[in-house]
Ligand binder design. Structure first.
Ligand code: G3H
Ligand code: ZN
Length: 283
């Protein structure tokens, strides 16, 4: 069955590993992630953005996630990624999501606290875990477009107060990573992670996990990151594989002939991340 993130995140923070959120974009992503988790015996989180939900349909999302959880035999959370309103959060909970993110980072600080608190109250009443966000993460993810000038690092004092007031189960803070691939290397502000994580019980969430060097990931985990989101790297792996197949075989018409290898490519990326995050054999 699908479980809230609270079933595995407290252990992750205590034992010094992180659980991956891998975004679900279609059937092949769903299968690839679930199979990787089964082989690695790792808990994981299916992230579903509002755009991906529109693409697949919410009923397909929940049904596919339920089958994937059953097939993998590991703890799986089905998590709304960057939820933009109370209404979409409620819709997901009603449909069977076990976890939600409310991203109020675009609101003024006090308003973000007030709205997040409402989400936490409603979600916790039915055993659903909640992630909140503070600071603004740059880059592009579906509908969420934040240019460099608008990206803003989280202020540690604000992040601590945000958690004390909202009691979210996972706290996303902007520390220098961005959505999408990086041009250079991301400059992660480790001091922010360290300061916030010392005062806040909930694990820190690192968004924009694609393309972050392994050493930076490991250091972030050692300082209190307990959830890491990865999407773009899987998209790149699948699309590059498919492009190669199609370019090399102009006669190919059976979608399974290129989607299958695309799925395999995602699976390899996810297995690598699970090992890097230390979540393998923690199911
Ligand atoms: O919320 C999803 C993530 O933060 C994914 O970021 O596409 O850069 O890996 P990414
Ligand atoms: Zn994100």
């Amino acid at each position: 069955p699908l479980v809230p993130m609270t079933d595995f995140l407290p252990r992750a923070k205590k034992e010094g590993f992180a659980v991956g959120q891998f975004n679900m974009n279609n059937l092949e992503f769903t299968q690839a992630i679930a199979e990787a988790a089964k082989e690695e015996q790792s808990p994981f989180i299916f992230g579903v953005s509002e755009g991906a939900m529109r693409y697949m349909g919410i009923e397909y999302v929940v049904a596919m996630a339920e089958i994937a959880a059953k097939q993998s035999g590991v703890p799986v959370a089905l998590h709304l990624d960057h939820g933009s309103s109370f209404e979409v959060v409620m819709k997901c909970i009603q449909a069977g999501f076990s976890s939600v993110m409310f991203d109020g980072s675009h609101y003024p600080f006090e308003e973000n606290i007030r709205l997040t608190k409402e989400v936490v109250k409603a979600a916790h009443a039915v055993g659903v875990s909640v992630e909140g966000e503070l600071g603004t993460i740059g880059g592009v993810e579906d509908d969420l477009v934040v240019d460099e000038a608008s990206a803003a690092l989280a202020k540690p004092e604000e992040a601590i107060r945000f958690w004390e007031e909202t009691k979210v189960d996972a706290l996303a803070i902007a520390v220098g990573t961005a959505h999408g691939m990086y041009k250079g290397e991301p400059k992660i502000h480790y001091g922010i992670i360290e300061e916030v994580s010392k005062q806040v019980e909930a694990p820190i969430v690192l968004h924009g996990g694609s393309g972050v060097p392994d050493e930076a990931i490991q250091k972030s985990i050692s300082l209190g990151v307990g959830k890491i989101n990865v999407n773009t790297e899987n998209q790149v792996a699948m699309t590059n594989t498919i492009r190669e197949k199609l370019n090399g075989n102009p006669e190919m018409i059976d979608p399974r002939k290129y989607l299958g290898p695309g799925r395999e490519a995602i699976k390899e990326v996810v297995k690598g991340k699970m090992r890097l995050f230390g979540s393998s054999n923690k199911a």
